[in-house]
Design a binder for this molecule. Structure first.
Ligand code: MN
Length: 232
């Protein structure tokens, strides 16, 4: 057993639907932009740039239920509903054709974003870290193992604020589907069991206010409902 000079921090983890045992979290990756605004016509592959990634701390993952705190340092907190992939088997340079074998399960989550901090960072050429990686910035539902949920590749993905529809898309609109996302990501870093990937959001992102009720889901994957806390 390794000895530590201070008490060991808790291992971040996510609930698993219908089980007491939890999924331990190692790293959280997010895809920057992954839904085409338009339906693809004519069977052409549109010009695609490789996906880009950013991260959130593992302990930013919180249940997408009850109250989620409204963060500090923002007046423009945006919602981004996303399909979340949990990696159960690590690897590097994983070919797309084998990528789904590395998935443990899926769920729906929200990539909360301090858009004003992000806009300032973009303008100044600074990192996005504090726009994306703040406390409780990654609400997510309990994970569902592949044995129960399969590999969702199509189905409605949506988010409402106070009952009003804000985001609506379909998983099949993803520019890079899960297998490609895993393949690209595994070229940049070695993936390990316990990693999560937020796979990008459809259009319709917008600002949330303290006290807003945020609901949403993915067809075949599940639905969530949480309330934002008061302004700190
Ligand atoms: Mn996002």
């Amino acid at each position: 057993m390794t000895e530590f000079v201070i008490p060991q921090p808790n291992v971040a983890s996510l609930a698993v639907e219908g089980q007491k045992a939890r999924f331990p979290l190692r790293r959280v990756y997010c895809v920057g932009r992954n839904y085409s605004e338009h339906a693809r016509e004519m069977g052409h592959d549109p010009d695609r740039e490789p996906p880009f990634f950013f991260g959130k701390p593992a302990d930013a993952v919180v249940p997408a239920q009850g109250e989620v705190p409204y963060p500090t340092l923002t007046a423009d907190l945006h919602h981004e509903v996303e399909l979340v992939v949990a990696i159960g088997k690590g690897g590097k340079n994983i070919p797309s054709a084998q990528a789904l074998e590395h998935v443990w399960g899926y769920t729906v989550g929200v990539d909360l974003t301090r858009r004003d901090i992000q806009a300032a960072a973009k303008k100044l050429g600074r990192p996005w870290d504090f726009a994306k990686g703040f406390d409780a910035s990654a609400p997510a539902n309990a994970l569902i193992p592949v044995s129960k949920v399969g590999h969702p590749a199509k189905g409605k993905i949506w988010l409402n604020v106070n009952g009003e529809p804000k985001q609506s898309g379909d998983l099949s609109d993803q520019i890079w589907q899960v297998a490609d996302v895993i393949s690209y990501l595994s070229e940049a870093v070695e993936l390990k069991a316990g990693d999560l990937i937020y796979t990008g959001t459809p259009s319709g992102v917008g600002a949330l206010q303290p006290g807003d009720v945020v609901t949403g889901g993915i067809e075949g994957v599940g639905e969530f409902s949480f309330t934002l806390g008061n302004k700190p």
